[in-house]
Design a protein around this ligand. Structure first.
Ligand SMILES: Cc1cc2nc3c(=O)[nH]c(=O)nc-3n(C[C@H](O)[C@H](O)[C@H](O)COP(=O)(O)OP(=O)(O)OC[C@H]3O[C@@H](n4cnc5c(N)ncnc54)[C@H](O)[C@@H]3O)c2cc1C
Length: 396
């Protein structure tokens, strides 16, 4: 609870003005705290006469913050192969662990994965907790969540990171809920405050218009999911030494309400737009599914792949795995050709780090030109086929 010292309070109203939740008001010359106070502490900082304070035990909900130590990465395996995102997380995890002076641990759940542990150590891990069981051969969120929760309760890491992928987004929220921990989704930047181990979790907010840095000061572990392709993996160092710790779990933890009948790799999964060097992206300006045929030809000519804005995906012209942006994928190809895409901030955050951006748009005021390396103002139905033809001729 936020405490008001009525002997000190001068009723100036600075707390009322500063409170983002409208949870404090001045009545009869003294601050009064409402039920919707979140203990964010903004009013405490705003009070010049120091009449407000939050008791430390309440601030941390009774959690002993110092009892938690170490940086953990939830390793993601797809079809028996460790996903790239896990190495990206080990890259940023290594930095956080070094800054804080603690161990970096990888948590690997699955079946028959012993051979993968060395690559995690080469990627930066000091310790690999390995839980193997035939029941973990197929991803099932209830079992994976339960095992992870169990391990976290036992070892008390201060930070747990997972990919902002379909698997990470399904397993981590339930673990955070079970542990009563904070969780920041879709981070694009992470840092740690050395003195108190506060994880500074930065992510786009308000539709991508601002970047917000979020702290979880009252609970442990601090949990975050991180977008793919925004953190750099380390160069694998096979001379690194680490420890592999097999963990035996009670059999009842593997019980599941889910039965996986079959796993089918979707055709669209076969081209991962985050892995290719050239992307030709289409937006609402393509007008229809047929419009995509024009840019597909250009993509084929450049040995690239198709990408899209959300408008094109929502219209059903192309499937979701092709979507670039805040609610799609973050890509960083060598060449990104944006055709009929306006360049809304939610799209730009997913592609603006591409090495070369070419924008084709008939509106010379379109924001995409602000981030483009080269811009063509014109009708894409004329420009794109002409460009494809020129490239075809040049390649001959
Ligand atoms: C919370 C939230 C999350 C979002 N997430 C994403 C996301 O992940 N990815 C994403 O892309 N969007 C996202 N959006 C939507 C985003 O705000 C835009 O609405 C969307 O990116 C617009 O797509 P577009 O550029 O294809 O369409 P438009 O903005 O309609 O632009 C179409 C462009 O095509 C040009 N054009 C039209 N005809 C031609 C032609 N013949 N030749 C040349 N140019 C032509 C026009 O000049 C225009 O600039 C999100 C929005 C919100 C609120």
């Amino acid at each position: 609870m936020l405490k008001v010292d009525s002997d000190v309070c001068i009723g100036c109203g600075a707390c009322e003005e500063s409170c983002p939740f409208g949870a404090i008001s001045v009545e009869d010359g003294c601050a009064v705290v409402g039920d919707n106070c979140t203990l964010c502490g903004t009013c405490v900082d705003a009070c010049e006469v120091e009449a407000l304070h939050i008791e430390e035990a309440e601030r941390t909900n009774g959690v002993e913050l110092d009892a938690w130590s170490g940086i953990w990465i939830f390793i993601e395996c797809r079809h028996g192969v460790i996903a790239d995102i896990s190495f990206e997380l080990l890259g940023i995890g290594r930095k956080l662990a070094d800054d804080r002076g603690v161990a970096l641990c990888a948590v690997l759940l699955g079946n028959d994965l012993q051979g993968s542990c060395d690559s995690l150590i080469a990627g930066g891990a000091d310790i690999v907790y390995l839980v193997e069981d035939p029941a973990l051969g197929q991803y099932r969120e209830d079992v994976y969540g339960r095992i992870l929760e169990h391990l976290i309760r036992e070892h008390k890491p201060e930070v747990v990171l997972a990919g902002a992928t379909a698997i990470g987004r399904s397993v981590i929220p339930q673990v955070a809920t079970a542990l009563g921990a904070g969780l920041t989704a879709d981070c694009t930047q992470l840092a740690i405050r050395k003195e108190d181990g506060m994880l500074l979790q930065t992510r786009p907010a308000f539709g991508g218009n601002i970047m917000a840095t979020i702290e979880c000061p009252r609970s442990r572990p601090q949990m975050a999911t991180v977008r793919a392709k925004v953190m750099a993996p380390l160069d694998p160092d096979t001379s690194r030494k680490g420890e592999i710790m097999p963990v035996i779990m009670k059999q009842e933890l593997f019980d599941s309400a889910i039965e996986v009948l079959e796993t089918i790799q979707a055709e669209t999964d076969q081209v991962n737009i985050q892995e290719v060097e050239v992307l030709v992206a289409g937006g609402r300006g393509l007008e229809s599914e047929k419009g995509f045929a024009i840019i597909r030809e250009l993509a084929d000519e450049l040995n690239g792949a198709l990408a899209a804005s959300r408008a094109a995906v929502d219209a059903g012209w192309v499937s979701y795995p092709h979507q670039v942006g805040q609610t799609g994928k973050t890509v960083c190809p060598k060449l990104y050709i944006a055709c009929g895409i306006s360049g809304a901030i939610q799209h730009a955050v997913g592609m603006q780090s591409a090495k070369t951006i070419v924008a084709i748009n008939r509106d010379e005021e379109a924001p995409i030109f602000d981030i483009a390396t080269y811009g063509v103002v014109g009708d894409l139905f004329e420009v794109v086929p002409a460009l494809t033809e020129k490239i075809r001729e040049a390649r001959k």
